[in-house]
Ligand binder design. Structure first.
Ligand code: MLT
Length: 328
């Protein structure tokens, strides 16, 4: 059986159903015990970002061969635990990057031109144009933190609008293509914070990046600057952000991701200079088509004894793994 524990469907899943028994339970991610009870019967598991695939869950994975992650981030999957059991982990690293980059640009423009507030104002019959004087992006400094695929595509688009690209990435070499193609100036984090008009976070969530953006770092930004997070909520300390916004240390923020999803309503929901979206960066028809196609391709490949394309650990189950579980 292939178990799908989140809301994933469409023609590629229908194709998968022609060859395999597929059980789709869109809300199952909320009940880890139920997943654990079903797991002994599963040869494949397909998830988005909400199912916590940890060592405890995988202890029930007697015949699991592949975990398909429909998305890029791997923070909800304990890859070493899967590897130890010989289970292939396949993700879709590049399939939604364009959509995330495009939403980042949309949010930068929306912040600069106060679009949500202007929209509400006009719909309520208002016409006070002076209240919505915004700022041009042309000539402004776009600070991208994490110049991976999404950071790169975002920076390219910001460049096309005439922005100067400032970048910080602890793992990039100065001659990297991403830096030269975007004409990004690579710099230390504090320098970027001091100079950027927009600071956009595109780092994965890892133990090192948790709460990377904290109150201290927000205070190092310009009071006129905006913070954007379309990566993972836990990379930014939400309480620190709220405090920085309340004290007017920064001008505003746009968040597509939250520390807890879905979040409990709090001060951010009340702030006029904060734009919130419900983790929709990857949710375009095009990106979802590519994501689901890629994950279904890899799951079918592994179950049919072929190699996965976008494997994270190994392309086929590893039957010689010490704890077994791979190819039974
Ligand atoms: C991703 O990691 O690909 C995006 O955040 C979307 C998702 O997690 O489903």
């Amino acid at each position: 059986m292939i178990l799908v524990t989140e809301n994933i469907g469409g023609k590629w899943i229908d194709e998968l159903k022609k060859k395999f028994a597929v059980t789709i339970e869109p809300d199952l991610w909320k009940s880890p015990d139920k997943i654990k009870a079903l797991l002994p019967k599963c040869r494949a598991l397909i998830v988005r970002n909400q199912t916590r695939v940890n060592a405890d869950l995988l202890s029930a994975a007697a015949q699991l061969q592949v975990i398909g992650r429909a998305g890029a981030g791997l923070d909800n999957i304990e890859v070493p635990a899967a590897t130890a059991r010989g289970i292939v982990v396949a993700s879709t690293p590049d399939q939604n990057s364009i959509s995330v980059a495009e939403l980042t640009l949309a949010l930068i423009l929306a912040l600069a031109r106060k679009l949500p507030a202007a929209d509400r104002h006009a719909k309520n019959g208002g016409w006070e144009r002076r209240r919505f004087v915004g700022a041009e992006l042309y000539g402004k400094n776009f600070g991208v933190v994490g110049l991976g695929r999404i950071g790169f595509l975002t920076a390219l688009r910001a460049r096309a609008l005439g922005m100067n690209i400032l970048a910080h990435d602890a793992y990039i070499s100065p001659d990297a293509v991403a830096a030269s193609e975007t004409r990004a100036q690579l710099m230390e984090m504090d320098t970027l914070l001091a100079r950027a008009d927009f600071v956009s976070c595109h780092m994965p969530l890892t133990p090192e990046t948790q709460h990377f953006f904290n109150y201290d770092r927000f205070c190092r930004m310009k009071p006129s600057a905006f913070f954007l997070n379309l990566a993972r909520g836990e990379v930014a300390d939400e309480n620190g952000l709220i405090r920085a916004l309340q004290e007017k240390r920064i001008a505003g923020a746009a968040l597509d991701v939250r520390e807890k999803e879905p979040p409990a309503p709090g001060p951010l929901e009340e702030m006029e200079n904060v734009i919130l979206t419900p983790h929709i960066a990857a949710f375009t028809r095009e990106a979802q088509e590519r994501v689901v196609a890629a994950v279904c391709h890899d799951v079918a490949a592994v179950l049919e004894g072929r190699a996965a394309k976008n494997f994270v650990n190994f392309p086929k189950p590893n039957p010689s793994s010490p704890k077994g579980g791979g190819n039974q």
